[in-house]
Ligand binder design. Structure first.
Ligand code: ZN
Ligand code: ZN
Length: 94
């Protein structure tokens, strides 16, 4: 069977799903660095403590290049509540 566009889209979707799942599981294992929340990976974000080069997405995490790993080392894992609270205190919105 030739490599159709449809097949490619389906493949991309599956990768994204897998990546998202893996990313969530990994985050749940770590939990929030401030309050310890670890119930749902989708509610946990990597927050940049040091200078930010790029946002760590599920896909970047899945492919884990040395660049992503380096970026990950600049981050702490926080739940949405702690994350927003921290940014609010710092007077930033992102
Ligand atoms: Zn938290
Ligand atoms: Zn942040």
């Amino acid at each position: 069977m030739p490599w159709s566009r449809e097949k490619h889209i389906k493949y991309e979707k599956e990768i994204r799903k897998k990546a998202f799942l893996l990313f969530s599981i990994e985050k749940e294992k770590q939990g929030c660095a401030m309050c310890g929340y670890s119930k749902c990976g989708a509610c946990l974000d990597y927050h940049h403590v040091n200078e930010k080069s790029f946002r760590i997405s599920a896909k970047a995490f899945y492919y884990m290049t040395p660049r992503t790993l380096e970026e990950l080392h600049k981050c702490i894992l926080l739940c949405k509540n702690c994350h927003y609270e921290l940014h609010y205190k710092e007077g930033e919105l992102e």
